[in-house]
Design a protein around this ligand. Structure first.
Ligand code: NAG
Ligand code: NAG
Ligand code: NAG
Ligand code: NAG
Ligand code: NAG
Ligand code: NAG
Ligand code: NAG
Ligand code: NAG
Ligand code: NAG
Length: 394
């Protein structure tokens, strides 16, 4: 209720653009869970999988967060019987849409995250199982064209909601970077062909790792997997509104599976940030996570990383990994209110103060990358667009 009143006031043209010095336009958390128990297809809502806890979302929105990234599983959205494409499981889609609309109706942005590692057909042992999308040597693989059809269908369903952001794919890895380019480009073209104008997040090889964006990433050293920095410069967006989607974890192998923060962050963000500057690109850190803030190294690494993002003009947003209704009290990265292991440490100690400093954050208007947002034209357009999708095409 408080959140609603606040957003009602903010939704006026004058306040639509953050007036602070920061360039961070989107800040918040992942709400993981829609992709859980992936070995159980289709799975039961509320038991195997669940997208958000509305009480928790209200908590984050009241704290000033304006963005939630919501993973979904492609095999649940597009059942194996009909394959990756435009035929959805309408029950799963409704559950997802309810979560998205709950947030966007309150002025929040939502990253629609296809949490599939650029694979489809066997999520049971993610991130490794399943056929690589577009692998023409694999007769069981979904095609690049199937992926495009899927994104046409999903973006058509959300075309009138300015507050969504299209996350093409979570963490592609161990595949030719040229195929990631091909799949990304097909998804972008599909989304823009519908007329959708919202921000698109474009992932890369090596689990979208920001720290190795300029490095070869495949575990198989002879495989064709050139650095993202060499290949993804060929991406073109007819809508001129994309950002690269990157992840960063602070443990010794950047896997986000160890509590100790031993990585040299944020210095490891410098190479990719220079690349972003050289090419006039922007990036969004849609996953990052560190062990407890009770560990001074974790608190410092995490805090310094956020400071680095803020001090650069190339990083437009971040969503911490992770909140989510089904983590329980065991997962070491969870910031889910009331039960997450870091709900009373990392969240209030490190993340919440940063979010507070960004206020007021944009709450409505078509999701966009920093370049457009910075201009007066964009400011005007946001005012005219209104908050709830009245003037979008579709
Ligand atoms: C959501 O969180 C609240 C408060 O922690 C809890 O009481 C409630 O059971 C949760 N609801 C769901 C559906 O998980
Ligand atoms: C669709 O999803 C619902 C909810 O998970 C599930 O009960 C149902 O069996 C699914 N249908 C198909 C065809 O997968
Ligand atoms: C593509 O599929 C073939 C046949 O299943 C497989 O041998 C190959 O490893 C796959 N490519 C990659 C990059 O995994
Ligand atoms: C990436 O390559 C550079 C230059 O060779 C090297 O210094 C750096 O350690 C590599 N980074 C990773 C994460 O492998
Ligand atoms: C490594 O990649 C090469 C070239 O794509 C391929 O021929 C070889 O089978 C791969 N090795 C393994 C162990 O996957
Ligand atoms: C990372 O740390 C874990 C736990 O301390 C250890 O088992 C593992 O070998 C380390 N991995 C690397 C790549 O250093
Ligand atoms: C965090 O603090 C709240 C309120 O004091 C409490 O209800 C909750 O159990 C605590 N969570 C953890 C994981 O300690
Ligand atoms: C985070 O860094 C800021 C400076 O950028 C500092 O004011 C603040 O105290 C730091 N917070 C923590 C928890 O270290
Ligand atoms: C950089 O990108 C922004 C937004 O896409 C664009 O408006 C601007 O003209 C670009 N600048 C250069 C030097 O290309």
């Amino acid at each position: 209720m408080i959140a609603k009143a606040v957003f009602g006031v903010i939704a006026t043209a004058a306040l639509l653009v953050s007036q602070g010095a920061t360039e961070i336009l989107y800040a918040g958390v992942n709400s993981a869970g829609g992709e859980f128990a992936q070995q159980n297809l289709p799975g039961a809502f509320g038991i195997d999988y669940q997208f958000i806890n509305e009480t928790s979302i209200d908590f984050f929105l009241r704290a000033g967060v304006n963005t939630i990234r919501i993973p979904f599983l492609l095999e649940r959205m597009c059942p194996l019987a009909t394959g990756l494409g435009s035929t959805f499981n309408e029950t799963y889609f409704s559950e997802f849409k309810n979560a998205v609309n709950y947030i966007t109706a309150k002025g929040g942005y939502v990253v629609l995250d296809a949490h599939n590692y650029m694979r489809y057909n066997d999520p049971s042992s993610q991130p490794s199982s399943g056929s690589i999308i577009g692998n023409t040597s694999d007769p069981k693989a979904a095609t690049t064209s199937n992926l495009a059809t899927f994104w046409t269908a999903l973006s058509t369903r959300f075309i009138t909601n300015p507050n969504v952001i299209y996350g093409i794919m979570n963490e592609p890895h161990d595949m030719p970077t040229s195929l990631i380019l091909q799949n990304n480009q097909a998804a972008i073209n599909a989304i823009r062909t519908t007329g959708a104008r919202q921000l698109i997040l474009v992932p890369g090889n090596g689990f979208s790792g920001a720290q190795r964006w300029l490095n070869r990433t495949c575990s198989n050293s002879t495989a064709d997997c050139a650095p993202n920095g060499d290949v993804l410069t060929q991406i073109t967006d007819p809508g001129k509104n994309f950002a690269f989607d990157m992840h960063l974890y602070f443990d010794n192998d950047t896997s986000g599976t160890h509590e100790a923060c031993t990585l040299a962050a944020p210095s490891n963000l410098r190479p990719v940030t220079t690349w972003l500057q050289q090419h006039n690109y922007t990036a969004f850190l849609s996953e990052f996570g560190a062990g407890s803030s009770a560990d001074p190294t974790c608190a410092k690494t995490l805090n310094d990383t956020l400071g680095f993002l803020e001090g650069s003009d190339r990083w437009i947003g971040w969503t911490y990994w992770a909140a989510g209704p089904l983590w329980g009290n065991e997962y070491f990265l969870s910031v889910e209110p009331g039960e997450g292991k870091q709900a009373n440490s990392t969240w209030p100690d490190v993340l919440a103060p940063r979010v507070k400093a960004y206020q007021p954050m944009v709450r409505c208007g078509v999701s966009t990358s920093v370049g457009e947002m910075a201009g007066e034209g964009a400011r005007r357009e946001r005012g005219e667009q209104g908050c709830l999708g009245l003037k979008l095409p579709g």
